[in-house]
Design a protein around this ligand. Structure first.
Ligand code: PLP
Length: 399
């Protein structure tokens, strides 16, 4: 059997683009000055940082002074949520609204804040993986200081009505943050159109380097520090800047934004074919809305199997995918996202997430469509649960 190498875990991380790597190298070799230094070598780094800030701002439709660089999406989420909580506390407001299927960078920060005395409302997610602005509206109270809703979900790829939710928050004068780590560079994001006050993104999710995050904070919205130190990032994030990484992040973002239409058209075709191909397996179901969905996201539950075993066998066939999120794999708990959309435990364990990028090919999709059903069939042939289902001792959850 010919083994093909297929990377289909682009929601976990992406390969860097050549343009991003090329943009990074001079700042690792020759132009290594500290941007805070006054001599010209340092000033070249400072200029590069400013250029990167402008490149990102143009693509988000904001001011360069509204961009803060962080060590990644997680830090950006932590800083945004904590800042809004602190600003709320100062005004005697201690209620925060979010959703049950956020990334752990948001959920675990909220958990900490709850222990510190904040009241947290996690909105239920509809079975299609989408929450509505009406849900947000009816959860807002006079003491609400923050609404944080992710732009697109990292496991099931569903896209939320961010502009509408933002409008509700604006009307009610509540700060609105969105974790746009999965959306930025993949679907058009515009902070003005989307009515957001704070937005997080992460370079390694759009072919930039790991360890570079961006936090957009609208002018006039309070931002406090997570990391104390020097005057970098206008005093809001101490520490010598990751110049090479930041330059590469800005180039990768610019490249992704410029190519969104062209990439989306190709990736969507591959995704649709992949979904149809995998749903031809009996007792399988797509997780998350099929239309309001990131172009590259496929997430399917197969009844009667374990996602972890499926991944290992697929790896042996050269296919890299995921089950649940990268952060939770290793634990035996089913994905909190699949539970949030109402999938019962027994089928939430049997999920497979495949996420495509513009670097994937039609041949790779063909290969996945050929190999996954074989592996599922093999696992079912060894599964006691599957034989119970087949013999009618248990009933199928997925018809
Ligand atoms: C990957 C991811 C993060 C974390 O970003 P890092 O840069 O890896 O810290 C946060 N939120 C979402 C939705 C993500 O997909």
């Amino acid at each position: 059997m010919k083994i093909m190498k297929v990377y289909a875990d682009n929601a976990a991380t992406t390969k860097m683009s050549k343009a991003a790597v090329d943009a990074m190298l001079p700042y690792l070799y020759e132009l290594y000055g500290n941007p805070s230094s006054l001599y010209s070598l340092g000033q070249k780094s400072a200029e590069a940082l400013q250029g990167a800030r402008e490149r990102i701002a143009v693509n988000l439709n904001c001011l360069p002074s509204e961009i803060y660089f962080t060590s990644g999406g997680s830090e950006a989420d932590n800083q945004a949520v904590r800042s809004a909580a602190l600003a709320g506390e100062k005004k005697g407001k201690n209620h925060i609204i979010s959703t049950a299927f956020e990334h752990h960078a948001v959920l675990h920060t909220l958990k900490k804040l709850e222990e510190e005395g904040f009241e947290i409302t996690l909105l239920d997610v509809h079975e299609n993986g989408i929450i509505t602005s009406e849900q947000v509206k009816s959860a807002i109270r006079p003491e609400t200081c923050l609404v944080t809703v992710m732009y697109a979900n990292n496991e099931i790829g569903t896209i939320q009505p961010i502009a509408e939710i933002g409008e509700v928050c604006r009307e009610q004068k509540v700060t609105f943050h969105t974790d746009a780590v999965q959306a930025a560079g993949h679907i058009g994001v515009d902070v003005k159109r989307d009515n957001v006050d704070m937005l997080s993104m992460s370079a390694h999710k759009f072919h930039g380097p790991k360890g570079v995050g961006v936090l957009y904070v609208r002018k006039g919205v309070a931002l406090s520090n997570l990391i104390e130190g020097g005057a970098q990032e206008r005093g809001k994030r101490g520490g010598t800047e990751n110049v090479a990484g930041i330059v590469a992040a800005s180039v990768a973002f610019d490249e992704s934004c410029k190519n969104i239409e062209q990439n989306t058209a190709r990736i969507l075709k591959m995704r649709e074919r992949l979904i149809d191909g995998l749903l031809s397996v009996s007792h399988s179901i797509l997780n998350g809305d099929r239309t309001s969905r990131l172009p590259g996201n496929v997430n399917i539950c197969f009844e009667g199997i374990e996602g972890e075993s499926l991944l290992l066998l697929l790896d042996a066939k050269g296919i890299s995918g995921s089950s649940g999120s990268a952060c939770t794999s290793g634990s035996l708990d089913p994905s909190h996202v699949l539970l949030a959309i109402g999938r019962p435990h027994e089928i939430a364990h049997g999920s497979l997430r495949l996420t495509l990028s513009e670097y994937n090919t039609d041949e790779e999709v063909d290969y996945i469509i050929k190999e996954v059903p074989k592996v599922v069939e093999y696992l079912r042939s060894m599964s006691p649960i599957w034989s119970d289902l087949q013999e009618g001792k248990k009933s199928y959850v997925i018809q």
